[in-house]
Write a protein that binds this ligand. Sequence first.
Ligand code: ADP
Ligand code: MG
Length: 428
Amino acid sequence: MLKSNCDFSKRIFLRQNIVNLIYCIADRRTFRKLYISRTHFSLFLNEARGNPHLSKMIEVKDLVKYYKKVCALNKISFEVDEKVPFVIIGPSGCGKSTLMKILSGVLEYDSGEVYINGKNMKGVPPHKRDISLMFESYAIFPHMKVFDNIAFGLRMMRKDKDYINRKVAETLELVGMSGFENRSPLELSGGQRQRVALARSLVIEPPVLLLDEPISHVDYQLQRKLMEDFKILHKKTGATFVLTTHVQEHALTLADAMVVMNTGVIEQIGTPEEIYRTPKTVFAARFVGDVNLIPGEVASKQGNNYIVKTEIGEFTCTTPNSREAISPGVKLAYGIRPEFIDVDSKGRTCDNQLKGKFARAYYFGNYVECVFDVKGKVEVKSAVPTEQAINLKLGEEYSLGWNSGNVVLLESPSVIEGLNIEEVIYGK
Ligand code: ADP
Ligand code: MG
């Protein structure tokens, strides 16, 4: 599939830009990048054909992908609703790029099904899908001006000159790059190149835009700016955005719905709030937000009220009704997010309390992460507002408290079977 696509692109490319090709052959590294870009451009050849009656834009069922013996995707299934910003979050190597390449059609898979806009994608080449992919390494043509980089896809679609001029100008305006038409990519900052790559993906108005780690390679300030840009762009274009990241802040800020991935599997699917408030596994709780985890065992249960026995005391938890019942005797992790742990006088008003020695502090601007040592056995973190934290003294003992409604009980470390809960908690 990949080969025939490239051959097609190659023919047009050779005809249109023989001088550029010689340049690229002279520089093998550039040529390699260009090879990726041509595959990318084959994705541009499709016109928008969104079906307004379908609410599911992407459906993935039991998808499996092996690279020889490495299982990159192990029977994953999920759905993406039309027009939503959807985020796939997971650590490096968990299979995000593999999944994006399969969705875009540049990579074959071993088994399972992929539907886009209601159509089974088996055997459908990239240029016949309603999708545009912006690769992780935003490969733009280094030897072409910004205008030509963006116009390239439209030229391949044989659009007329006036249309191309208008569309490129509109798209540059959309990504805040008007006036940069005649610059070479070499004269742009990393963030500006990122925007050109984005403009190149957007110019053909794809119903689905896949963005593989689009903001991980730029500095923090620019990441924040690009996150705002994505939100605005998503609203303006009305496309379905699927974005991968390994940074939780990006996912929580951008996603309406998200999946948390872990080495080839999906740990949880839901809204950012659902995953944050009711994570299903230790892995999901850890990957989306920070969490204090204390190993324990359910001592008793009355309705939705649990008492959990841990090595630093017995604590309560009130689980939401939707949660499956957990029987007494079950070993689990008792989890509380640092922002739900109150310190000192506020802590003394909570359902659950203990005492801890103020051991360390990390300043985060509007709050301070204070680490308390409990009986020399467990460390408990609290996110204390800065104005309160400045009155706390290192080495002193303080009351810590939290309410039972803010607790999560996590029975399984991961959807991957055979992991030990204590090993996951303590990283042994
Ligand atoms: P991510 O994008 O989440 O970092 P990838 O999809 O790139 O993860 O990789 C998933 C797994 O597949 C990793 O173990 C990676 O080493 C492996 N992998 C990716 N591409 C190849 C390839 N072309 N050949 C062999 N293994 C690969
Ligand atoms: Mg990747």
